[in-house]
Design a protein around this ligand. Structure first.
Ligand code: C2E
Ligand code: CA
Ligand code: CA
Length: 620
């Protein structure tokens, strides 16, 4: 429990002790001169001078920020010896004086001895290892002195001195306990009893110093629980609190004694590993510890009647560079932790230069994406969809981003960033407006489609103005017949949240004339349940089933089942990613309504699409 404040407090006491010894000690030199004992008292004062110099040196050599835990420990050890020595010296002078026959001198000695005992109990109450022995060193000789007089009054004084001893002990001990309690309160997290953030940062700064001194390594492990908020929101804060306590207990049990774990706040925890002399062993141990934590935290929690499951995203950073502060490493571990979240949570990632570069690149992409619309870098491609006669009857709109610096960035890279930053709302609106303009333009050129599919992200769909915006744009560019050809593709995996609101908005837009398709069908979960609840018009079989169709019996069964279920629910079926004749034949044999894939055409520009479409009308 020794921290910066504790050491600084003790350090000040060293100076006070030196002052209290040097000043009143002079009084004994005067007495020695008057009572013909100058040689003895002067030699005694010489010892006081020597120990005071030692004390001053200890006072000066203290520097919390520069000292390693080991050097701090040995400094403190020396300070303890200093206090023992100085109180022993005061006891020595007491014994010297009371062994003389001049009784008036005894009064002085008794008084200084009582004074010393009060000094030891008031100066040193912050550590039992200091106040218990020093009070004894001073008071025991006093008791023995009274007892040795052998008179009635002296026996009474002996008892008084014992009571006095007990009072001093009691007073110091009470202050000590109070100090401990406030210390624990200020360094611990109230809910879990783990160390808190402030304590951790302090301890960490100190570890960094020691790493710097020893040129060693140590690791920081940042743990963030996945979906804790959902548990908190759905089951209530009481359950959430119990869960956090259980998490804290498991964590404390899983780490070695010389590692420090703390709760940073919310559902975020942090651990600092013991130091190590090589980078390899340090990271190896840290990752092992992180994996152990991950597994421990994943075990089922039984709280009240609930069986809860929770996972953790864990980032690890290595502390080595001597010039950096705690915050830098916390930030690095944070970046690694967010990588885990990005990659689907429940994992451990070590912060490396690669990770830093990836994050840097993503930030760069994010920055450039901000200006992509106004700089005209976003445009659309259209991929034909063909019917069972292989005629182009529709298309899917696919967004493209061409940046002078980054080149062609695939949507699989920039759409997630756009979703994360909210830029998807603007980009999505642009895609819709451009698609509708194109549709309007095509009508004039005789390109009339049965359907035009537009991808819509959930974040975009849940934007409060989405419904009105799309209706407004439809009114602006399309007639009633064309509105009916618009089909919005939503991705199954992202449909889980806010199902009620999703269904309401879908119903509203469907009554306006728009249709809905469920994209990447079969890759999410609870598909059947959704098909029953969500008002859909079409199902899109995911590319992965189509591509594995010929090698994998399961994919065949899956496709047959999806088509069958879709028929039961009265939904149209589109297969995407059709690349071979065999795939096409299998799908058509199973009565798939529409096909889309490289076999027919890659996504093409607006003009190319027009040509493709018009060619087929000519050939037919
Ligand atoms: P998706 O909606 O599943 O789109 C189909 C993807 O499969 C497209 O990739 C398309 O080029 C590709 N594809 C089509 N046929 C074949 C084939 O035969 N073989 C192979 N290997 N691939 C084929 P793309 O254009 O890179 O789009 C990737 C994803 O980006 C899309 O997946 C969609 O989720 C998202 N996306 C694209 N445009 C938009 C958009 O305007 N808004 C939103 N929110 N997302 C979009
Ligand atoms: Ca799609
Ligand atoms: Ca898809």
């Amino acid at each position: 429990m020794k921290n910066r404040q504790f050491y600084s407090f003790i350090r000040r006491q060293v100076l006070v002790m030196v002052g209290l010894s040097l000043g009143p000690g002079l009084g004994y030199i005067l007495l020695g001169y008057l009572y013909d004992a100058l040689a003895v008292t002067a030699s005694w004062y010489g010892l006081i001078l020597i120990s005071s110099t030692w004390g001053y040196w200890l006072y000066r050599s203290y520097n919390f920020d520069e000292m390693t835990p080991d050097s701090l420990h040995s400094w403190y050890q020396q300070v303890s010896y200093l206090f023992y020595t100085m109180f022993t010296l005061w006891t020595v002078v007491f014994i010297l004086i009371v062994s003389r026959t001049e009784y008036d001198l005894h009064y002085v000695a008794i008084f200084t001895q009582i004074g010393s005992s009060v000094v030891s109990s008031t100066l040193l109450f912050s550590d039992r290892r200091l106040f218990i022995p020093t009070i004894a060193i001073v008071v025991v000789p006093l008791i023995l002195y009274f007892a040795s007089i052998g008179e009635w009054y002296s026996y009474v004084l002996t008892v008084f001195a014992m009571v006095f001893w007990w009072v001093l002990y009691y007073a110091s001990n009470s202050s000590y306990k109070l100090l401990q309690k406030t210390y624990i309160q200020s360094s611990r997290d109230q809910l879990t009893g783990m160390y808190n953030r402030a304590f951790f940062i302090d301890a960490m700064e100190h570890t960094i110093n020691s790493v710097r001194k020893t040129r060693g390594y140590c690791c920081l492990i940042l743990i963030d629980l996945d979906y804790f908020k959902t548990i908190n929101d759905s089951l209530g804060h009481d359950i959430g609190d119990v869960l956090l306590k259980e998490v804290a207990d498991r964590m404390t049990d899983a780490i070695p004694d010389n590692a420090i774990a703390a709760r940073m706040g919310g559902d975020e925890f942090i651990v600092i590993s013991p130091t190590s002399s090589s980078r390899e062993s340090c990271t190896e141990n840290a990752i092992e510890m992180a994996e152990k934590l991950r597994k421990e935290l994943k075990r089922t929690y039984q709280i009240d009647r609930h069986h809860l499951h929770i996972s953790a995203s864990i980032g690890v950073s290595v502390i080595h560079n001597p010039d950096s502060r705690a915050n830098k490493y916390i930030k690095e571990a944070d970046i690694a932790m967010y990588e885990v979240k990005d990659k689907g949570r429940d994992g451990v990632i070590l912060f490396t230069d690669d990770v830093a570069q990836r994050v840097e690149k993503e930030l760069e992409m994010e920055r450039l994406l901000h200006f992509s619309l106004e700089k005209g870098e976003i445009h659309l491609n259209f991929q034909p969809q063909v019917n069972s006669e292989l005629n182009i009857v529709g298309c899917e709109v696919l967004v493209r981003w061409k940046n002078p610096k980054l080149g062609n960035v695939p949507p699989s890279l920039f759409i997630p960033i756009a979703e994360k930053t909210g830029l998807i709302i603007e980009i999505g609106k642009f895609v819709i407006e451009e698609s509708l303009k194109t549709l309007c333009d095509w009508k004039k050129k005789g390109v009339v489609l049965e359907q035009l599919a537009i991808n819509v992200s959930m974040r975009q769909f849940f934007d409060h103005s989405f419904s009105n915006e799309i209706k407004k744009l439809c009114e602006q560019y399309l007639d009633g017949e064309q509105i009916k050809t618009i089909i919005l593709e939503l991705t199954e995996s992202s449909m889980a949240e806010e199902l009620e609101r999703l269904i309401d908005t879908m119903n509203d837009l469907r009554s306006y004339g728009l249709s809905f398709s469920i994209d990447d069908f079969g890759t999410g979960y609870s598909s059947l349940g959704y098909l029953r609840k969500v008002p859909l018009d079409e199902v899109k079989i995911d590319r992965s089933f189509v591509s594995e169709l010929l090698e994998d019996q399961n994919s065949q069964v899956m496709i047959e089942t999806i088509i069958h279920i879709a028929q039961v629910f009265g939904l149209k079926v589109v297969a995407e990613g059709v690349e071979t004749e065999e795939q096409k034949n299998f799908l058509l044999k199973n009565k798939c309504d529409l096909l889309q894939g490289y076999l027919f055409s890659k996504p093409v520009t607006k003009d190319e699409f027009e040509t493709l479409f018009l060619q087929q009308t000519i050939t037919h």
